[in-house]
Design a protein around this ligand. Sequence first.
Ligand SMILES: *[C@@H]1O[C@H](CO)[C@@H](O)[C@H](O)[C@H]1NC(C)=O
Ligand SMILES: *[C@@H]1O[C@H](CO)[C@@H](O)[C@H](O)[C@H]1NC(C)=O
Length: 355
Amino acid sequence: MTATTTTSITTALLHLSTLLHLSTTAFSIGVNYGTLANDLPSPSQVANFLKTQTIIDSIKIFDTNPDILRGFANTNITVTVTVGNGDIPALVDANAASRWVANNIEQFYPQTRIKLIAVGNEILFTGNKEWISHLVPCIKSLHQALVRAGINDVKVSTPYTLGILQNSVQPSAARIKPAYGKVVFAPMLEFLRQTKSPLLVNPYPYFSCSPSISPSMEDYILFKPNPGIHDDNTNITYTNMFVAMMDAVYSAIKAMGYDDLDIVVAESGWPSLGDPNQPMCTVENAVLYNKNMIKVVTSGEGTPLMPKRRFETYVFALFNENLKPGTAAERNWGLFRPDFSPVYDVGILSNIGKV
Ligand SMILES: *[C@@H]1O[C@H](CO)[C@@H](O)[C@H](O)[C@H]1NC(C)=O
Ligand SMILES: *[C@@H]1O[C@H](CO)[C@@H](O)[C@H](O)[C@H]1NC(C)=O
């Protein structure tokens, strides 16, 4: 073999490895790592699995579990942590917020790439007046505590359900419900803009799906061919509910003057198994929904009202969780079983993992 052929083979191999690398990192996705189960692997096993076998590069947890925060140290996987709903009122106090940041962030950061603190989960939806009234002050208090600790790249935000919207069937007409708008939502949007933090939303077309809806509505929810829903103001025909929900959120914040904010899909997914009266919970539907939803958020095409945008997204959920109360569907949201076997694949296993 001549030196020239060796060189060209080496060059070809380099190109090939670049291509392979690109194909494994063409997109990335986050997952919600819920832990309401008694059969899950250890956090460090989970971290190693995600890093070596999947393209998942970010996780969101529903607490500040120190074992998870330690387990994800030095993995380069980013972590969003959650402040418990009940902790919100007390953390308005500056000293309490500083203690919380010291115990739950500083102890692990930056070895663990904590990137965001979600303050509570779907607080407006809880209807709890004390939590709601303390939400924005708590978010500001935690932000100030981070600033005092010299931590500038951990954002603070809070996830919302789409129950905050009204008139959302035609996305352009969607608005924040007046009960929330001026008092709790506008100050939140202003805080997010000032701190360059994202708006977190949990769009769940699944919860609009029931055995009694029309077949065309089910197709609309599941990204199957359907006549779509025409938006009379924009003349856009939406053929999928997830996309319509994203544009509804955009229209609602635009109407308040905040269309510049990043929107993060903090939760969305589909259960792969349910009770007998939950026939929409199948592997086939979970694949259809999640695969297409991931395509929308990662393709770079964006949505009709937000063209060319990508949306940081956290699929719900990483694992089936056997201790979740409620219907069988609640225990079957996972992409993986506790032994790491995929319930189905929506293109998130890395090439390494597939070999
Ligand atoms: C860590 O992840 C970021 C993307 O979040 C990437 O740009 C960077 O190259 C990664 N660093 C290492 C050491 O893998
Ligand atoms: C709306 O779209 C239809 C079909 O593309 C088109 O014929 C019509 O002229 C449009 N109307 C407006 C007001 O843009």
